[in-house]
Design a protein around this ligand. Structure first.
Ligand code: ZN
Length: 387
């Protein structure tokens, strides 16, 4: 550095306000922003984020803008932008890890003030990812519960068991009837290896199904263009016991192309429901059930009933009402998963996702998927139908 450069640097330093001087050290700025991010996570965990603010201020402005901009950009490409970003993030992580190992091994370099370029870039990119996650999904978990937003009545405790049993029988009966309708109208195979053309048709119809009910459940929500995208390679998500994924970084909904045909419609609408701002898993499940149940396509209606049956209390009466053919389909779906999922990765995924949900204020964690039943009960009690 020559004299002129040194003098210019000194001048800049003198005229910079103290706050800016503090943030000039990117390490300090990183620490401050990470601390802020952790504080928001803590606020979600302790449920300190005011739900009315999220519902009436945050959701119609920030969340809606993110949905429109990020979802709009992602809809311009036919492939999953999120997968490309995840791959790039993984590469950056590898560079950062290599840099870290290199500096730890070369003790002489450690003593000198190095730039830690890859590690710092990785920390900044991770920070941006954490903010996109929080603003596109995490904070939306603090919205008031959907049942309150729709003003659904509470189920009286003394009537709960009866209502639950009635609902179970109704869903089982629907499954039996819709299966008959579906087999009458379709000559498709055994449910596995769904052809790409049929998959695309299901993905397209999933979007139509959700749009048809948005006016009732979220009148102000505008869904970005584009629909469900496939994750590649096929069955990669299933290896981890995952059927679909919503990316809050790009507002893309994904479903594994290896899913059983009878699961595909429900999963597709569930992931799209996340795009529409239904962040809770119980809410996305309920929306998927409602949207699929209201379509004219019996495959969708059957898929909805089968998915709901998973979360209803199992009983001999329910099994009898559904019939042997529905039971055989449920076994076929279970076998399909058995073949596709890896035990260890699925177990790890469950533990991690359970902890992640709990860390964001969802007390029941992974069990919250089953809480769709509560919404179904309250929807039914309000006299609202699925047709
Ligand atoms: Zn979900």
């Amino acid at each position: 550095m020559n004299e002129t450069e040194r003098a210019t640097k000194q001048l800049c330093h003198t005229h910079r306000p103290p706050g800016a001087r503090f943030f000039m050290t990117s390490g300090r700025a990183l620490a401050v922003f990470w601390l802020l991010t952790v504080s928001i996570f803590a606020a979600l965990f302790f449920r300190l984020v005011p739900s009315n603010f999220v519902e009436h201020v945050y959701a119609p402005t920030v969340l809606a803008a993110q949905r429109a901009v990020l979802g709009g950009i992602a809809s311009l490409v036919p492939f999953s932008l999120a997968e490309v970003l995840v791959a790039a993030f993984g590469l950056l992580g590898l560079f950062a890890a290599s840099e870290l190992v290199w500096r730890l091994v070369r003790r002489a370099d450690r003593s000198r003030r190095g730039r830690w370029r890859a590690c710092k870039t990785f920390a900044w990119v991770s920070l941006a990812a954490a903010w996109l996650y929080l603003s596109g999904h995490g904070i939306a978990l603090a919205r008031p519960p959907l049942a309150d937003r729709l003003a659904l009545p509470l189920v009286a405790q003394d009537a709960r068991a009866t209502r639950l049993s009635e609902l179970g029988l109704e869903v089982a009966r629907t499954a039996r009837e819709e299966r008959i309708e579906w087999t009458r109208s379709s000559s498709n195979g055994d449910g596995t290896d769904v052809p790409a053309s049929e998959r695309h048709a299901i993905q397209q119809e999933a979007r139509t199904a959700l749009l048809a009910i948005l006016g009732t459940v979220a009148p102000d929500c505008i869904l970005p263009p584009g629909g469900i995208k496939a994750c590649y390679p096929p069955r990669l998500l299933m290896r981890f016991g995952v059927s679909g994924v919503f990316s809050p970084f790009t507002f893309e909904a994904h479903a594994d192309p290896g899913l059983h045909r009878l699961e595909m419609p429900f999963v597709a609408v569930h992931e799209l429901a996340h795009v529409a701002g239904f962040a809770g898993e119980d809410e996305a499940n309920f929306i998927a059930w409602l949207a699929c149940s209201r379509t004219p396509n019996p495959l969708f209606r059957y898929s909805a009933a089968l998915a709901a049956m998973r979360f209803l209390p199992q009983s001999s009466a329910l099994r009898a009402e559904a019939g042997s053919e529905v039971a055989a389909d449920r076994v076929a779906i279970a076998n399909h998963w058995q073949q596709k999922r890896w035990k260890v990765t699925s177990k790890v995924q469950r533990i991690v996702w359970d902890a992640a949900l709990k860390s964001q204020g969802v007390r029941s964690g992974i069990a919250s998927y089953g809480e769709m039943v509560e919404l179904m009960l309250r929807w039914r009690l309000a006299g609202r139908t699925t047709r």
